[in-house]
Design a protein around this ligand. Structure first.
Ligand code: TYC
Length: 118
């Protein structure tokens, strides 16, 4: 039996070619196991000093909530200590946290914004 030459690695999503011995080579599709990206919640934390209007503005400007929803989320944070602003991929969540913290510091407020694996 003649030795087979080493096969190059199959491209992703294909089996290595199977030499059928009749001049044809069969390749088969293999379902790709691409995990969906992990998601992260961005949360605001309550404090005693940041004005409610500023929190509502943050929820509208940085998380695209309408005034009603932003007000409801702000009140939930005010009463329960924390609340979810949105769920994003890791990079987007990290950017939102940075932008919100920068805006809060610029305005002189101690507002805290964090991200957590969803
Ligand atoms: N507790 C603040 C106040 O009474 C309002 C507030 C709400 C602050 C939500 C932060 O994430 C926050 N002015």
């Amino acid at each position: 039996m003649p030795e087979q030459p080493p096969q190059p690695p199959a491209p992703p999503g294909q089996t290595p070619g199977r030499d059928d011995g009749d001049g044809t080579v069969a390749i088969e599709r293999v379902p790709q196991k691409t995990e969906p990206p992990r998601l992260y919640q961005v949360l605001l934390l309550n404090d005693d000093f940041t004005p409610m209007e500023f929190v509502v503005m943050v929820l509208q400007e940085y998380f695209r909530h309408d005034l009603d929803t932003a007000t409801q989320i702000m009140l939930k944070i005010h009463h329960e200590g924390r609340g979810v602003c949105g769920v994003f991929t890791k990079d987007v969540a990290a950017t939102k946290v940075e932008l919100v913290l920068a805006a809060a510091r610029r305005a002189g407020h101690p507002l805290q914004c964090i991200m957590e694996a969803a």
